[in-house]
Ligand binder design. Sequence first.
Ligand SMILES: Nc1ncnc2c1ncn2[C@@H]1O[C@H](COP(=O)(O)OP(=O)(O)O)[C@@H](O)[C@H]1O
Ligand SMILES: [Mg+2]
Length: 526
Amino acid sequence: MTKIYLKVWYFYLIYLLFATISSAGMTYGILSSGYVLDDVLNNDKTKLIIDSIFIIAGIAIFSLFSNFNNFIIKPRAIKKMNLLLRKLIIDKINAMSYEEYSSNGVGTYISWLTNDVDIIESTVFESSFTISNIIPQFFIIGYSFYSLNWILGLIAISSSLLCTIIPFLFVKSNIKYQTKISSQSELLSEDLLSYVNGYQELSYRNKKRLYTELVNDANLSYEKTKSKFLIFRNFQSFLSNMITISSQSILVIVSLYLFTINKTSAGAFLSSPGIAYTFFVAIFTFSRLISTIKSTKEVVLKYKNVKVENDYEPSTINFENIIVKDLNYSVEDKIIFKDFNLSIKNHNKYLLIGESGKGKTTLFKIIFSLIHNYEGEIKINNKLNYKDIDQRDIWNLISYIPQENILYNSSLKNNITLFNKTINDSEVIDVLNKVNLGYLLDQMSLNDHLNNDANNISGGEIQRIAIARALLQDKPFMILDEITSGLDEKNRNNIESLILSLNKTILYISHTTKIENNNFDQIIKL
Ligand SMILES: Nc1ncnc2c1ncn2[C@@H]1O[C@H](COP(=O)(O)OP(=O)(O)O)[C@@H](O)[C@H]1O
Ligand SMILES: [Mg+2]
């Protein structure tokens, strides 16, 4: 968060300058309005007219400064800050380990990027501007009171202190609400996401009503909490308003009394409630703001120490082999690997078979360095221990293709390049031909849009697109996890012969492929 503030400090400088000018001008305007009463009482008509013109013109001009701040400077700064904040959140997601990332649903991350940004914008960012507004106000108003009468100042200050206490009384409940809203927003995003994804399923089953009911339920519980919180906060404002109103009345009475005993002018009597009001608003906003920042602490702290991935220097590893030695791995007391050994040599092709639940995918996750809490040793080229090298070095060596491959809601080209803008069209066409998808270009252009419902793209074609993606990245070792499990035999044979023709190290995981009819270098049975 501090990083964000450091990047936009100049906005605050301008804001503070304009806020100081406008509060000084406006307060002086209110103060002077009292003098008009003195002019009336002294029957000085010329001075009355001049004073009035000055006051009206002054207030108009100075309000321009505060409007400029709030209408121009603040929105621009907030835009920039939100951009930086989302970048920070993305960096945080990027820096998460596989285990950490998969401990949350996708909706959680959507909520971070939407709800959390809203919360931080409306509390932390907004508040920091309010503080810049209040600081000059305090000094100027304090001075105004002093110039009127110190007793008035004393009353204003003591009742302000009372106002300040109110929000602090409710900090704990505020934190509870804020945390609840955050988690409900994450839940709402999760739910909305699964309902939107499941829309087709539910509508094909003629369950559209269920779809709307599910969405409404998630929506309702989130909005309920939000509205409860709002009412609770309004109650706090109500208490503070009561104190403010009573203090103002006291100020009017005291200044009237001071006027009758000639301790202050009639003008002071007229302007003191106005100044007091500005003062109370300032002090109340200030205290409420501190309590809001406190109650959003949890949200803010999540993004405190975000490591950005720019310090990574890829090391050059000429892939020769990967040796898995005495691998032991259990999940929840279930032994999946016991003293398991495996040697993968460059340019060899391996078929990994085994019934469902035997640990094929787990082995892939271990070799791909997604799982780290195993026992045993895995080394690259007989010397680099997995546990000593950067995970990203391993990802640079291995590309993987999962069982279910998705199409992105984007062009055919982006679906192949994975949004890498440096790859040009001819490279894409090349790789399409390599995976026998060249004919697609007779039906569509590279810029045509694909999506998951593309009924012109078959399951086998999606798997080929996934292989094309991996080929473009050109890593020496490819792991393919049950990529043909949804395909018929003809398509499966087709893909298998494509895989076998590639000039790469291949670990092909399949529980449907028959051992007899293949051309793999080695078959590993789990
Ligand atoms: N996150 C997990 N929590 C509990 N059990 C798991 C988890 N991941 C895998 N397993 C268990 O590990 C075993 C191997 O799973 P997996 O590697 O996916 O098998 P395969 O790919 O061969 O079908 C399974 O019995 C599964 O129940
Ligand atoms: Mg599996």
